[in-house]
Design a protein. Structure first.
Length: 104
């Protein structure tokens, strides 16, 4: 089972970076407007984990890969947060650079 503490930390980080309230994010991700704020609050406190479909909707709403929410390493999380903002060319360059440095 995923670590709810890491998920909670990353969800809050992404929501704040997107400058959204808990309620606004929940509604945008398809959660009923009357329960959006309390549910998001429970997710961010690590009390509950959303189901996979809700996790996917939240990631899509925030424009982030789902893997970001489970990255235990802060540097990896930073990279995953930046990834969607890079052009395909820059993404390929970064992967090439990372994998070629492995061979050294």
């Amino acid at each position: 089972m995923p670590d709810s503490t890491i998920y909670a930390k990353r969800l809050r980080q992404a929501r704040l970076a997107a400058d959204l309230s808990q309620k606004a994010l929940g509604i945008a991700a398809g959660i009923d407007e009357f329960s959006a704020s309390p549910r998001m609050n429970q997710y961010e406190r690590g009390k509950h984990l959303p189901d996979l479909l809700t996790m996917e909707h939240l990631a899509q709403t925030l424009g982030l890969p789902l893997a970001f929410f489970f990255a235990e390493d802060d540097a990896l999380a930073d990279l995953l947060m930046a990834w969607p903002k890079l052009s395909t060319t820059k993404q390929r360059e970064l992967v090439t650079k990372a994998t070629s440095s492995k061979a050294r």
